[in-house]
Design a protein around this ligand. Structure first.
Ligand code: GLN
Length: 207
């Protein structure tokens, strides 16, 4: 059975655990380096990226986690998780550090405050119909390096989903909606990396 770690320092952990459990995965809370042992992949939830950074460094987890991802551990990150993976952050808090696993620049809180939260449906590469997506103080990808595949955009073209190798990040929360399709295609890419959809979102017929 596939073993999926869920970074359990802070944030929207239980919704990811629920989605992964519905899909038949075993979930493991990850707080300390020892928790990384034997994982097939890891989920970085939404929450507060500055808190992830502080706690991961305090628990000695940041370095081993960055190392595991660099060594190929597949990742699904949502919202603050995407920020925590980004190489560069606009509007970062003072001293805020990230894992630097995705060659993107993200802008924190790009859609406004908590009160500006919204739900919409978005197109995601590998799915033949849009999925519901919740944006809560969500980041936007403002620059993507040449190795980044864009896998989701808003209607106006702004980038809200990226992939680099085995690392996938979304600006929004797919786990808040009860629709498990996004977790399902990601789990399939973990268990069968060869089956991952090759075409870029921008080349898909419904783009
Ligand atoms: N704005 C938060 C941050 O900077 C992210 C919000 C979220 O994960 N919903 O980390």
């Amino acid at each position: 059975m596939v073993r999926i770690g869920v970074l359990a320092l802070q944030g929207g952990i239980s919704e990811h655990v629920a989605a992964l459990t519905r899909l038949g995965a075993v979930t493991v809370p990850v707080r300390r380096p020892v928790d990384l042992a034997g994982l097939d992949a890891i989920v970085l939830p939404g929450g507060e990226s500055t808190v992830f950074d502080k706690l991961a460094r305090a628990f000695g987890l940041a370095g081993p986690l960055a190392g595991a991802i660099a060594d190929g551990l597949p990742v699904l990150a949502t919202c603050a998780g995407l920020i925590y993976l980004a190489a560069r952050v606009e509007d970062a808090a003072e001293g805020q550090q990230t894992l630097g696993a995705l060659d993107v620049t993200v802008r924190r809180n790009a859609f406004g405050t908590q009160l500006d939260s919204f739900e919409t449906s978005v197109r995601v590469r590998g799915l033949d119909a849009p999925v519901p997506a919740t944006f809560i103080r969500a980041p936007l990808v403002t620059w993507a390096g040449p190795q980044i595949e864009v896998i989701s955009r808003l209607e106006d073209g702004r980038i809200i989903g990226v992939r680099q190798g085995a690392v996938t990040g979304y600006s929004f929360h797919p786990e808040e909606t009860g629709d498990d399709r996004l977790h399902r295609v990601w789990l399939e890419s973990v268990t069968d990396p060869e089956a991952a959809t090759p075409a870029d979102l921008d080349a898909s017929p419904w783009a």
